[in-house]
Design a protein around this ligand. Sequence first.
Ligand code: AKG
Ligand code: MN
Length: 222
Amino acid sequence: MAERPEDDADIEKRMTKMSGDLFAPSFAGEHLRVEGAEIEYFRDFLSVAVRDATMAELIRCVPWGAEKLVVWGKEFDQPRLIAWYGDSEKRYTYSGIKLEPLPWTSLLLDVRRRVQTITKNTFNSVLLNYYRDNRDSMGMHSDDERELGIRPVIASISIGEKRTFVMKHKRRLDLKPVRLPLESGSLLLMKGDTQRNWKHGIEKEKRPCGPRINLTFRSIVC
Ligand SMILES: O=C(O)CCC(=O)C(=O)O
Ligand SMILES: [Mn+2]
């Protein structure tokens, strides 16, 4: 029998069950204690069936782009593939790369609905990152571009290989870097002063590893 797609009530029920009596009846993620940051982690945000189907469809259907980066006047391939989707006019520029939004697909609208249900936030765009293997990575940065506004809320979903999300405080050298292994199907929610105080990135891995897709839902405000 074909599986019935999850609706908002199903998602809330599953998250409530997952977080146990401690958080019931309102479902909540795990609050991570990181000084000067507001971060929640929802481990099983996407069920196994949904995450596998989503990964396969994204790899197959997204027009993945290989962007160029200029460092000290020299051109390099960005070490991953990307795509930018969003409401029309929601352009995004980072590291000198100007992105025009692709129109939402029904799959991305479905994922956005799930994210909005859990986070009680709205998002008008999403950046997709495709890490093909252990050599793909993302340099340390903050999601603090002017168009994201002050205290941006960023909802980051990971599917596929577990990769380490590293955070380093921008000024407090006494604080140790934070290392978060982001599991497949998880949602990491960054809020408050997280972007003002911390940088983050994805390291290359020495061990061989399979593909990973990350989706960061954002709101372009100007
Ligand atoms: O892949 C990740 O988990 C990080 C993605 C990220 O930081 C970004 O897209 O700005
Ligand atoms: Mn980022």
